[in-house]
Design a protein around this ligand. Structure first.
Ligand code: ACO
Length: 373
């Protein structure tokens, strides 16, 4: 038995390979550090949906097809209004609005995938504005995917360096083997359910702090630490209380998560020279201290920096508040979920593991407590 399914291979995929020993992530044949900082999100989306990068005309056509699906159903906006009235978290609002994307359409796996990839930035942007008492902005077909997301949030056209930084982030997190949310999505479509149902389930899986919910707390920790001198006593106290350091440790990586390096470099480019440079420097110091103390505490278990630590720093540099970190992760990962669903529908079998029963046996209903009394 493998509690938590460690080391169990449950699917074949052409989408990404996570080499936990070497610290390497390959996305459909390309190393993440080669692809993520330079490709557009649309190119990476085409790659995952078609197993190859597009020619120029294909890229233009695909970008148009994606942009044409940015509008979300009116009912989705009503759901988001209701969620905003209750001050739901943006991840809960996304989980409530995602299923509405199937409204009024015939089920079609590729169409569902394209609709979800294109619609997620609109859902998150619309919700953020409603939550803050602002009117949603109309979708624009003339912006790239990353720029469109920032425009949906703020209503302003974003600067090129912020857009590039976000695009690098979305590309970096778009897929990552059989992580918990992708597994959840594959389990759902493995029953021949539809792609929108699978994506809705995946949003729920991503929300938890052991998966996609870590970057907010990771940044909070850096801010609470505040100065380099406070890092060691703060982290020691946290570990003494038996708490986990958010942004460190990984089920698969036994070395530094390669995505952390891509995002650290993007962060450094974005923070270069401005006032937030001090946050970047402090974060690097916190990271070094955390790694030293984790090694001291757990010499037998290699705990290294994961993607979430630098996600926090990069998204903060782009100007996103912590409440948007996990939904922004979903805006990137919905691509991987979609591509995995299509792959599962094409090649996969029903996913149905077994459990080891550890409860009692041979109890007698007649001797139940209420009868015995
Ligand atoms: N801080 C302190 N101790 C840790 C940490 C951490 N971040 N991560 C693991 N440990 C310790 C555990 O307490 C455990 O100690 P024990 O054996 O004394 O009980 C030991 O290391 C092994 O931990 P497991 O829970 O078995 O490791 P697992 O592979 O299940 O956990 C996980 C991986 C969930 C990511 C874990 O490292 C963690 O909780 N990290 C913090 C949350 C986080 O950053 N999540 C984002 C992950 S990346 C992503 O999903 C995109």
């Amino acid at each position: 038995m493998s509690e938590g399914l460690d080391h169990i291979v449950a699917a074949s995929t052409r989408l990404s390979e996570v080499d936990g020993e070497a610290g390497r992530l390959t996305i459909a044949g390309y190393s993440v550090d080669d692809l993520a900082p330079t490709a557009t999100f649309e190119e990476v989306a085409y790659l995952l949906l078609n197993s190859r990068l597009p020619e120029v005309d294909e890229r233009v056509r695909f970008g148009r097809e994606l942009a044409a699906r940015r509008e979300i159903p009116r009912v989705a906006i009503e759901v988001l209004r209701g969620a905003a009235a209750e001050h739901a978290s943006p991840m809960d609002a996304l989980r409530m609005a995602a299923p509405v994307l199937s409204l009024g359409r015939r089920e079609d796996p590729l169409e569902d995938a394209m609709t979800a990839i294109a619609g997620f930035p609109t859902i998150v942007g619309t919700y953020w504005r409603l939550l803050h008492g602002e009117r949603p902005v109309a979708v624009r077909a003339d912006l790239g995917h990353a720029a469109h997301y920032l425009h949906q949030l703020s209503g302003a056209e974003p600067a090129a360096d912020r857009t590039r930084a976000l695009e690098t982030y979305l590309n970096t997190v778009c897929d990552h083997g059989l992580n918990a949310s992708t597994f959840a999505a594959r389990v759902i479509v493995s029953t021949r359910s539809d792609v929108i149902s699978a994506i809705t389930g995946a949003v729920g899986a991503l929300k938890g702090p052991l998966h996609g919910g870590a970057p907010g707390p990771a940044l909070d920790m850096v801010f609470e630490i505040g100065t380099p001198e406070s890092a060691e006593p703060y982290i020691r106290a946290l570990l003494d209380r038996g708490e986990r350091l958010m942004g460190f440790g990984h089920r698969v990586y036994r070395v530094r998560d390669p995505r952390a390096d891509v995002l650290a470099a993007a962060s450094e480019r974005l923070h270069g020279g401005d006032a937030d440079r001090s946050v970047y420097e402090l974060a690097r110091h916190v990271e070094a201290t955390a790694l030293r103390l984790l090694r001291e505490r757990k010499p037998d278990r290699r705990l290294d920096t994961n993607v979430e630590f630098y996600t926090a720093l990069l998204l903060h540099g782009i100007g996103l508040p912590t409440e948007l970190f996990t939904p922004t992760f979903a805006v990137g990962r919905v691509l991987g979920w979609s591509a995995h669903c299509l792959e599962q529908l094409r090649d996969g079998r029903l996913i149905r593991p077994q459990s080891a029963y550890v409860g009692p046996r041979d109890l007698s209903y007649d001797s139940r407590p209420s009868v015995a009394a």
